[in-house]
Design a protein around this ligand. Structure first.
Ligand code: HEM
Ligand code: HEM
Length: 201
């Protein structure tokens, strides 16, 4: 709770900054990676890899900040989450994050980690301020696999990000959207959507 009795803090200012920072990195990566394929020609390599390096740093710090039992538990998908979701047809009160939000988080985590890991390997093929290129570090077959993984994770990423943005802009999700800007939801919104035994504020 903050000074206003009616407000329940959902995201601290640092969490919100990280959400928007990671979102900016990912949208930059998707735009610089995909627009050239669609025929919009510009010097995309440098902004693309710089956003990739920035996202890597942000993700490491985000993981470091998440390493508390309470926080990990709030994002963990348990068997009872799935059981109750099915039994109630999706209308049950969850903890801090709903099952859908946890699935979105884990999907985005998986695609980020695959594209970041393959992206870092691809970075070895270009000159950066840190090293000179070495295209022969892997054989053609291994490069093939790296490129395919990078491409597939990007494509799946585009649909999950579109879904994420679509749902966060829907009217019934307005309290969550507000909480990603201002940090809080109202006590009423808390009571409507959350089980106090599962999210201890
Ligand atoms: C193994 C990797 C990761 C772990 C262990 C992890 C863990 C967590 C946890 C425990 C939370 C809940 C924090 C809370 O609400 O207090 C969270 C929230 C969140 N995560 Fe992750 N995460 C990982 C990767 C990622 C990646 C790759 C992204 C985005 C590219 C991401 C974006 C977010 C966002 C936007 C939130 C909600 C805002 C926040 O609470 O910070 N996470 N994560
Ligand atoms: C215009 C763009 C975006 C909007 C409007 C938006 C909105 C939001 C909102 C409102 C939440 C908070 C939900 C809550 O309080 O539980 C959230 C969470 C989160 N966002 Fe975004 N976001 C955007 C872009 C992105 C991008 C590009 C990524 C990374 C690919 C991302 C990753 C996440 C993750 C992993 C979470 C936590 C899981 C969840 O709550 O669904 N967001 N976003």
């Amino acid at each position: 709770m903050n000074e206003n009795e009616d407000h329940v803090i959902r995201h601290t200012s640092i969490s919100r900054i990280f959400h928007w920072l990671m979102a900016a990195c990912i949208l930059t990566l998707l735009a610089t990676g995909i627009l050239p394929v669609l025929g919009v020609n510009f010097d995309w390599v440098e902004p693309h890899w710089i956003a990739g390096v920035a996202l890597t740093l942000a993700v490491f710090i985000h993981i470091g900040r998440s390493l508390s039992p309470t926080k990990l538990k709030s994002m963990w998908i348990s068997i009872s989450d799935v059981r109750e979701f099915i039994a109630s047809g999706g209308h049950y009160k969850g903890g801090k994050y709903s099952l859908e939000q946890k699935l979105m988080h884990h999907g985005i985590t998986f695609f980020s980690l695959v594209s970041l890991a393959t992206g870092w390997l691809m970075l070895l093929k270009i000159d950066t301020p840190f090293w000179e290129r070495d295209p022969f570090i892997f054989g053609a077959a291994v490069w093939g696999i790296i490129y395919v993984l990078h491409g597939i994770s990007t494509l799946l990423f585009v649909s999950s990000v579109m879904m994420h943005i679509y749902f966060s802009l829907r009217p019934e999700k307005a309290p969550f959207l507000r909480s990603m800007f201002k940090g809080w939801i109202t006590r009423q919104e808390f009571n409507d959507n959350h089980d106090p035994d599962r999210w201890d504020v």
